[in-house]
Design a binder for this molecule. Structure first.
Ligand SMILES: CC(C)(COP(=O)(O)OP(=O)(O)OC[C@H]1O[C@@H](n2cnc3c(N)ncnc32)[C@H](O)[C@@H]1OP(=O)(O)O)[C@@H](O)C(=O)NCCC(=O)NCCS
Length: 209
């Protein structure tokens, strides 16, 4: 998928083995992993194992993110648990090259990923989670319609203190009745309105190539 916003154009493409050394180079950074589930730098062998597992997995789909102007992938974004019975899945993103932070890469990638979940996987909901201090990630998710519905205390330990994790949920605007036959809870109303706009935008700006 090629997604072009006012800020940036990014390609979401399958990974190759040749992408993995670049990933490994950046994955040893604690700056990158401050708010992820990871804590340790990974070896090439570990990441090649991850690559092999991921490429043959039926439970999720993973795209490598390559912005226009970069010769290499600078991050990865995924939908997981796409094989469940509940109409939902979960999502995650890591932009490992910090030079590309704050340039709209996640915002663009989320448009494409959300569109794919809704219009191709026929998903009705998406789960995600974000560390409390990770404002850029929370903002990027909220912009495409995710809503924080709860916060887990003492969920990770970083820089000598416990940090909280927000839990988020995205509901597809035309399908939330599947989960809420008695009406959409007020908490989710603004998020679903944002999701509607995000999907409309994505259908304009995401190109399948
Ligand atoms: C978090 C992460 C995905 C954000 O990606 P990004 O491409 O830098 O995000 P964007 O540039 O699309 O920015 C998203 C929004 O956050 C804002 N933002 C960017 N950096 C910010 C910061 N440091 N603090 C607050 N807001 C910030 C942007 O302005 C934008 O909002 P806007 O469209 O209203 O201007 C990226 O930094 C990353 O991969 N970090 C390491 C791994 C990680 O934390 N993954 C997410 C785990 S949940």
């Amino acid at each position: 998928m090629q997604v072009t916003t006012k800020k940036i154009s990014v390609l979401l493409r399958p990974g190759t083995k040749e992408d993995i050394p670049e990933l490994v180079k950046h994955f040893s950074s604690m700056r990158v992993h401050m708010y992820t589930q990871g804590l340790f730098g990974q070896t090439l062998e570990n990441e090649l194992e991850w690559y092999d597992k991921t490429r043959s997995s039926q439970e999720g789909c993973t795209w490598f993110i390559q912005p226009q102007g970069s010769k290499v992938a600078i991050g990865v974004t995924s939908l997981h648990k796409i094989d469940t019975w509940d109409g939902g899945c979960s999502s995650g993103i890591i932009i490992w090259d910090t030079n590309w932070w704050g340039k709209g890469v996640a915002s663009a990638a989320h448009l494409a990923r959300t569109l794919f979940a809704a219009d191709f996987l026929n998903k009705y909901s998406i789960r995600s989670s974000v560390r409390e201090d990770n404002q850029a990630s929370r903002k990027a998710l909220e912009k495409v319609g995710y809503t924080v519905w709860g916060t887990e205390p003492v969920d990770a330990y970083r820089s000598g203190k416990w940090i909280k994790t927000h839990q988020l949920k995205w509901f597809r605007p035309d399908k939330h009745q599947f989960y809420f036959p008695d009406g959409l809870p007020e908490l989710f109303t603004p998020g679903v309105a944002r999701a509607k706009i995000a999907l409309q935008t994505a259908r304009q700006v995401v190109e399948f190539i």
